[in-house]
Design a protein around this ligand. Structure first.
Ligand SMILES: [Fe+2]
Length: 485
């Protein structure tokens, strides 16, 4: 007899966090207000975590849970919605067993005894990536899972035709929609608790054209990175893995409040011996907005926590350092000097997270940033940051409601930076369902130009990507830059 399905009565699973566990298909979402902009044709893919089975543990955390991929397909004046579980190794094993087999977040020593120690642990729950005609669901501790871009069926777990020799691949790759190159990396690349990191560059056809392997200062967490035309910027914040504690059933990461931050600038097309190292104050961060090189200086814009960014990862003494608010902050690295320190400058005094850009301007000088702006009452809105003036304008969907990460879509392949739309899943918390809002990216505060209704909640998505209609057909974005020849 299989066990009854009963989730514990903990905060994580109450209200909006209640597991959804449902696969849906809707042909044509209801339009609540406005009009879907003409020319907006393509697919928004988003990935998040849901809960397949209860774990029987009280230390589940929101970033864990099996991957659920969602798509909003804009076609012929309507928007279709589909969501499907990603059939990862662990999803299939648990489905077979009819119960949860995998234990604490990333801790294989807490798995059910029937799970072999070599089984891949990835949930594919963090983002969707589209490159060279293929769609993937990603989680940073496992290889990519390839997904059918039309049906969302899981095709396979893949090492990109043998080109990724590491155990895993980041969930924050950069697909350059102008050059169609893919830049990504693996950290703890030789397995749990290892210090190895490998940076990869793939060409528009998916062929690996550079690989740089080096060692991190410690077995850290590297959730995101940023790229410029010449450099890949890897911050190593002191969030570290202690394998002895992991083997004893402890948390996979610990925040070290007394340790500095290290940053490696890795040449995009160069070698490990050309890496430039910097060292700065204790801090943490998950997400980078962008990086830009001007002359000998590289600027990294990051949602920066002057302390701990995860309340569920303890300090080495077992205490929990209080979570501090994230502020958009610029770290400036001067490559013209032979010095290790870098400048830290706060750009905005409003707490923001999940930063995005017009992705044609990733690694290039840019003027427009987008983010989730938090309110003290727990609600949130979508913010547009003018990076030249430091001003932010915010659309708040309503009292108690929340927004998920936005996706910028250019109006046309060569429209100026920031000329386009923002697509935003909205949590209508009081109504226990979702909307998809479409905003004019140049007039965010005016609110949606179109609002589409979902008759249920899209519980949680972390990140995603937009695939225009032509890219789905050709495998290439081939976006231009305004003013470029
Ligand atoms: Fe992330």
């Amino acid at each position: 007899m299989a066990e009854p399905i009963q989730f514990p009565d903990i905060e994580l699973y109450r209200g909006w966090g209640e597991p959804m566990r449902t696969e849906c298909t809707i042909h044509g979402l209801e339009l609540l207000e406005g009009a879907i902009p003409e020319g907006l044709e393509g697919t928004l893919y988003k990935v998040g975590a849901d809960r397949q089975y209860p774990s029987g543990r009280d230390d589940d955390i929101f970033i864990d849970g099996e991957g659920m991929i969602h798509m909003f397909r804009f076609e012929d004046g309507q928007v279709d919605y589909v969501n499907r579980w990603v059939r990862t190794t662990r999803y299939e094993m648990q489905r077979e067993a009819k119960r949860k087999l995998f234990g604490r977040y990333r801790n294989r020593y807490t798995n059910d005894p029937e799970v072999d120690n070599s089984v891949s642990m990835g949930t594919a729950n963090t983002t969707a990536m589209f490159h060279a005609g293929h769609l993937y669901a990603l989680k940073e501790d496992d290889l990519p899972y390839e997904i059918d871009p039309d049906t969302l069926e899981t095709i396979r777990r893949t090492d990109m035709n043998g080109q990724i020799g590491s155990a895993c691949f980041t969930a924050h790759p950069k697909v350059d929609p102008v050059t169609d190159e893919l830049l990504g990396f693996s950290y703890q690349a030789r397995g749990d608790g290892t210090k190895d990191i490998v940076f990869y560059v793939f060409d528009a056809g998916g062929r690996k054209i550079n690989e740089v392997e080096f060692e991190m200062p410690y077995a850290g967490m590297v959730h995101d990175f940023a790229v410029t035309d010449e450099w890949a910027v890897f911050p190593f914040f002191p969030m570290m893995t202690d394998m002895e504690k992991v083997k004893a059933g402890g948390a996979y990461f610990e925040y070290h409040p007394d340790k500095p931050t290290h940053v490696a600038l890795v040449p995009r097309y160069g070698k490990a011996e050309d890496i430039r190292w910097f060292e700065g104050p204790n801090a943490t961060a998950g997400h980078m907005m962008n990086a830009v090189r001007v002359g000998n200086k590289v600027m990294l814009d990051v949602c920066y926590y002057e302390g701990n960014c995860f309340e569920f990862f303890p300090t080495p003494s077992g205490d929990v350092a209080p979570m501090v608010p994230p502020f958009l902050t610029r770290l400036t690295f001067d490559l013209g000097r032979n010095a290790k320190e870098y400048e830290v400058e706060r750009l905005l005094n409003v707490p923001v997270e999940m930063p995005r850009t017009d992705d044609r301007y990733q690694g290039r000088p840019y003027r427009h940033g987008y983010c989730i702006a938090r309110s003290p009452d727990g609600s949130s809105g979508t913010g547009h940051v003018n990076m030249e003036t430091g001003e932010i304008s915010i659309w708040r969907p309503g009292e108690g409601d929340m927004v998920q990460e936005c996706q910028f879509v250019p109006r046309s392949a060569s429209s100026p930076e920031g000329d386009g739309w923002l697509l935003i899943p909205v949590n209508r918390v009081s109504r226990n369902r979702s909307d998809l809002a479409i905003l004019d990216a140049q007039n965010v505060a005016a609110g949606p130009v179109a609002l589409l209704k979902l008759p249920f909640k899209v519980r949680a998505t972390f990140h995603g990507t937009w695939v225009p209609k032509h890219a789905r057909e050709t495998g290439r974005y081939e976006y231009g830059l305004a003013g470029a020849a």
